[in-house]
Design a protein around this ligand. Structure first.
Ligand code: 5GP
Ligand code: ZN
Length: 126
């Protein structure tokens, strides 16, 4: 049974916990001790990867409070993925997004960092 103090909380009803555990298939593009990254099922750009902590936190704010080192690991994974995908560098550029809360279009309540690239991006975001 998990509790808020469990160091590697797992929610058996959570889609992304199941992907991290290998119980639901996904196209994994990067893994580390603390993170897993896989292609988004409904990509919004030529590269659209989701980087998640292996631990269950409902959003980025709770991850930052509960496991700040892992929050930093998400950014490091994103940097490596950008190189792998060829979207880094002066001619590239990519966007990192944490939707936090339903009003910000969060639909899966396991913290995840969107890494989007491979096309020009507009601003402001919708
Ligand atoms: P959010 O809207 O919560 O910021 O992002 C959730 C993302 O998860 C969406 O972009 C959605 O396309 C993606 N997604 C939802 N279900 C699955 C799934 O089963 N597999 C994969 N790879 N992505 C998913
Ligand atoms: Zn989860």
């Amino acid at each position: 049974m998990t509790s808020p103090t469990d160091p590697t909380p797992f929610d058996p009803d959570c889609l992304f916990c199941k992907i991290a555990a290998g119980e639901i298939p996904a196209t994994i593009v990067h893994e580390s001790e603390t993170t897993v990254a896989f292609r988004d099922l409904n990509p919004q750009a030529p590269t659209h990867v989701l980087v998640i902590p292996r631990s269950h936190y409902p959003n980025a704010a709770e991850l930052a409070a509960g496991e700040p080192a892992t929050a930093a690991d998400l950014f490091d994974a994103a940097r490596e993925i950008a190189v792998q995908e060829g979207i880094d560098g002066p001619d590239g550029g990519y966007r990192m997004v944490f939707n936090t809360g339903a009003a910000a279009h969060q639909t899966v309540f396991h913290a995840h960092l969107h890494v989007l690239g491979g096309r020009p991006m507009g601003w402001p975001p919708g």
